[in-house]
Design a protein around this ligand. Sequence first.
Ligand SMILES: Nc1ncnc2c1ncn2[C@@H]1O[C@H](COP(=O)(O)OP(=O)(O)O)[C@@H](O)[C@H]1O
Ligand SMILES: [Mg+2]
Length: 314
Amino acid sequence: MTGAVPGTGPAVTNTRTHVFLGKGGVGKTTCAAATALHYADAGERSLAISTDPTPSLSHIFELPGRQREREVLDHLFITELGLEEVRAMWDERFGQEVYAVFSAFVDIDYGRFVEFVTSVLPGLNEEFMVDQIRRLVRQGGYRHIVWDTAPLGQTLALLGTPSLLAEHLRMAPRIYSHLRTSGERRESVMAALKRWDELASECMAFLRDDVSFSMVTIPEALAVRQLDGVFAELERHGLRVDRLIVNNVVQTRDSAFLREKAEHQEPHLHLLRERYGQLPIIEIPLFPHEVRGSDALREVALVLRPTLEGVVPA
Ligand SMILES: Nc1ncnc2c1ncn2[C@@H]1O[C@H](COP(=O)(O)OP(=O)(O)O)[C@@H](O)[C@H]1O
Ligand SMILES: [Mg+2]
């Protein structure tokens, strides 16, 4: 497994990873799909990847059913991982060993145990998703990997997971010293937990050093108010946002309805420009139609374009 090779940084493969953050419905999938399409149109092999429980990437590209790493347009691949697949990844790498600890306390069968762990540990799915993306980056098959993330709450959980796990792990030796397991078994459990801890910090380092974050929002009170908290949370983890995308901006005022809507957006836009002016801010117009299909996505890509080119390394 390539994952066992230490010090193999993703930079060697020259893959760029892009992540879109923001609360539900602001346009993350739209921006992720438009970004992946933009690079694919430029002839660069791109993968759009999602763990959204509803297969929204296939919806946006007008494809039937959930897609698994399939080329859907020239140079453009999409993949939608289900919860079961992410669970299987965890299971494969840590399941049996962590189960050995749990089963010393609780009478639970293995299948239910895996289901339990993956459902109660916040962000575990995302952590494994980050690991999965790191593997894809190391394999070097794509020039761009665009991660269409889960909504905000889960995204923050993702960021908290490694430190949360580290905290659990610090408790671990004390727990084991009270356990009457054989010496041999205890060692394998500790080894598994140590590997898991390492995985968590590797994932965090990857997010910090090799991923370009775009924050997506809309000019509405709730969305704008939530941003500060998200930026602060990111900062606490040493993660930097490269640009702010303000979606659904009313840019034509040729009806009473649009004039009024634009007026309502104005103070929020003003606040965003004032507060986050140190970042590149891209405003995407509110379209009169749902953004679906490659033509509509190209319209969005055209708006994103100036800053997309900016994130391509020399
Ligand atoms: N600029 C826009 N103008 C009009 N509709 C938009 C725009 N951006 C996104 N949409 C629509 O809004 C809905 C939510 O967008 P989506 O990208 O799925 O949000 P998220 O992934 O953040 O939940 C979709 O139906 C999409 O087509
Ligand atoms: Mg989405």
